[in-house]
Design a protein around this ligand. Structure first.
Ligand SMILES: Cc1cc2nc3c(=O)[nH]c(=O)nc-3n(C[C@H](O)[C@H](O)[C@H](O)COP(=O)(O)OP(=O)(O)OC[C@H]3O[C@@H](n4cnc5c(N)ncnc54)[C@H](O)[C@@H]3O)c2cc1C
Length: 470
C-alpha cells in the first residue's frame, strides 16, 4: 500500500504518530506539506514562525529522503482549497491511504473534516492520530461529563493518565523508493517578511530540538528556582520546537520522567516543569470544550461588559516598549527583537496592557501572535485571558501585578532590564523598581527613557472600577 502523510505542525520524523503508523502499514510513502499564505495571515501567524517552519521543512525533507519519502510542498491561498488539493494529489500518486495528526483548533478541525470526507468519497482510507498534546483533549472530563475549566482538578486526572501516554514511538525504517521528486522548499512566502527572523537564535531541526532538551534535562531539577528570572536561562526554551512539532510533548515528558528515575514528581523542579506541559494540554482542552475562546470571546461571559479602552497611542507605546515602566518595556523589546518572551514577562506585559492601560486583551493577543515564533492559539489565548481575568482559572481581577514589585522580585539587579533598555544603563538598581526614584533618576541621568504613560495608582483604580461593575 502507498500512503500520503500530510505534515502540518508536526515537523519531525521521530515519535510522529501519523508517520510511524503509516510506515507500519505501507510499502511506500509520499509526504505533503501545504503552504497557505493568506490563511496564515488571517490567523496572524508571525513571519518569524513561518520562516521557522520553512527552515524546519528543509531539514525534514532531507531526513525524509533518507527514508525514501519525497516531501511534496504545495501552495494554495487558504484552507478552502485544501480538500480538493489533497484528494487530487492522492489520486495522482496512486495513494490508498491518507494519514495525519489531529489539530484541535476550530478552523483546523473543519479543514481536516472536509479533507477526510473528500478523500473518503474517493475511496481513500483516512487515518487521523492523536499527537499534538499528551492526553487527548476529550479524554479528561468531570464526573458529569463536562470539560474542566479549573486547572487543579484537571491536573489531578491528567496525572493519572499522562504516564500511559508517554511511550515514545520508534523511528520508521526506510520504505520502498518511489519515482516522485521532492519539491524545493520555498525560501519566501507571500506576505511574510523573513528579513528579521533571528535564525541565529532559533536554529531549526530535530537535532537542535534534542540538543536543547538534553541541555535542559541537566538542570530541570532547578527549574522551580530559576524559571521566573528573565536574566538567566532557567526555562527550557523549547516552545518554538513544541509549537512547530519539531519535538513532541511525549519526548519532553519522557525526558522529565527519566530525569526523575521514573517519577513525575521526583523533585519540585521536575514537578513544576511537568505542570507547564499540563497547562499546555489544559489550554487545548479548554479550546476544544469552549471553542468561543478562540473566536474572540471571553470564557467568563460576564466580562463581556468590561468597558475596554481602544487608545491607539497607548497601545503603540506598549507594543514598542515605550511605556516608561522598565520591566514592561524590557519584555516588549525582548519580543520585538527575538520573537520570544520569557513567561514571567508575558504575564507582566499582558497584565499591564489589560489592567493599567485597560486595553482590550484581544489587541494584545493579536500582537503577540503577530510576533511570537512559538505563537499557539490555545496557549496564547489561555495566557491572555488569564492575565485579563476573563478566562478559565484566571487571576482574580483585583490581584493586579505591580510592575515595580515584579521587577524587584524577579530582576532585582536590573540585569535583564538594562540589557533590553540601554537608556537605563546608568540608573541605579533601586530606581528601576520604584516610581519616585525612577522619576528623579530619569532627570538626573538624562537617560532619554520615556515618562510613565499612566500613573500607576490611578490606572489601578480605573481597572478595579471597570471590573467591579462590568
Ligand atoms: C500572555 C501569554 C501568552 C502566551 N502565549 C504563548 C504562545 O503563544 N505559545 C506558547 O507556547 N506559550 C505561550 N505562553 C506560555 C509561556 O509563556 C510559554 O510557553 C513559555 O514562556 C515558553 O518558554 P519555554 O519553552 O522556555 O517554557 P518552559 O517553562 O520550559 O515550559 C515548557 C513548555 O511548556 C509549555 N508551557 C509553559 N508554560 C505554559 C503556559 N502557561 N501555558 C501553556 N503552555 C505552557 C510550553 O510549550 C513550553 O515550551 C503564553 C503565556 C502568557 C502569559
Amino acid at each position: 500500500m502507498r500512503s500520503l502523510v500530510w505534515f502540518r505542525r508536526d515537523l519531525r520524523i521521530a515519535d510522529n504518530s501519523a508517520l510511524h503508523h503509516a510506515a507500519k502499514d505501507s510499502d511506500s510513502i509520499i509526504g505533503l506539506f501545504i503552504v497557505t499564505p493568506r490563511q496564515w495571515q488571517q490567523h496572524d501567524d508571525a513571519p518569524a514562525k513561518v520562516s521557522f517552519w520553512m527552515r524546519n521543512l528543509q531539514l525534514l525533507s532531507a531526513d525524509l529522503e533518507k527514508l525514501n519519502v519525497p516531501l511534496l510542498i504545495e501552495t494554495c491561498s487558504t484552507w478552502d482549497a485544501v480538500p480538493k488539493l489533497v484528494a487530487d494529489l492522492a489520486r495522482k500518486h496512486q495513494c490508498q491511504q491518507l494519514c495525519f495528526n489531529r489539530e484541535y483548533e476550530v478552523n483546523e478541525s473543519r479543514r481536516d473534516g472536509a479533507t477526510a470526507e473528500r478523500c473518503q468519497a474517493d475511496g481513500l482510507v483516512v487515518n487521523r492520530y492523536h499527537d499534538r498534546i499528551i492526553v487527548p483533549p476529550r479524554e479528561i472530563k468531570t464526573k458529569d461529563g463536562r470539560f474542566y475549566s479549573v486547572f487543579t482538578p484537571y491536573r489531578k486526572v491528567w496525572d493519572t493518565k499522562a504516564l500511559d501516554q508517554i511511550k515514545v514511538l520508534s523511528k520508521p525504517k526506510p520504505l520502498q523508493p518511489v519515482k516522485v521528486k521532492a519539491s524545493p522548499v520555498p525560501d519566501s512566502v507571500d506576505g511574510f517578511d523573513f528579513s528579521d527572523d533571528r535564525a541565529d537564535l532559533w536554529v531549526a531541526g530535530e537535532k537542535q530540538a534534542h540538543k536543547t532538551l538534553k541541555k535542559f534535562a541537566d538542570h530541570v531539577g532547578g527549574y522551580d528556582d530559576w524559571r521566573d528570572m528573565p536574566s538567566v536561562a532557567g526555562t527550557s526554551l523549547l516552545s518554538p520546537y513544541l509549537a512547530a512539532g519539531v519535538v513532541s510533548p511525549r519526548q519532553c515528558m519522557a525526558m522529565a520522567v527519566k530525569a526523575g528515575d521514573g517519577k513525575i514528581d521526583a523533585s519540585d523542579g521536575i514537578r513544576t516543569w511537568v505542570s507547564e506541559l499540563t497547562w499546555r494540554d489544559f489550554y487545548t482542552h479548554v479550546l476544544v470544550g469552549f471553542p468561543r475562546v478562540s473566536m474572540h470571546r471571553p470564557f467568563k461571559l460576564k466580562t463581556e461588559g468590561v468597558a475596554w479602552r481602544y487608545d491607539k497611542s497607548d497601545f503603540k507605546a506598549w507594543c514598542q516598549g515605550q511605556t516608561g515602566y522598565p520591566i514592561v518595556d524590557a519584555g516588549m523589546r525582548q519580543l520585538n527583537q527575538t520573537g520570544w518572551m520569557h513567561n514571567r514577562l508575558r504575564m507582566v506585559t499582558a497584565m499591564f496592557l489589560t489592567k493599567n492601560l485597560l486595553i482590550d486583551w484581544r489587541w494584545g493577543e493579536k500582537y503577540f501572535m503577530e510576533k511570537l515564533i512559538d505563537g499557539d492559539v490555545a496557549a496564547n489565548n489561555g495566557g491572555w485571558q488569564w492575565s485579563a481575568s476573563t478566562g478559565t482559572d484566571a487571576v482574580p481581577y483585583f490581584r493586579i501585578f505591580s510592575p515595580f514589585s515584579q521587577s524587584k522580585r524577579f530582576d532585582s539587579e536590573g540585569k535583564f532590564i538594562r540589557k533590553l533598555c540601554p537608556e537605563l544603563k546608568s540608573v541605579p538598581s533601586p530606581a528601576l523598581h520604584d516610581e519616585k526614584k525612577l522619576s528623579v533618576a530619569r532627570k538626573e541621568h538624562a537617560t532619554g527613557y520615556p515618562e510613565f504613560i499612566v500613573n500607576y495608582k490611578d490606572s489601578r483604580a480605573r481597572a478595579l472600577a471597570a471590573f467591579k461593575s462590568p
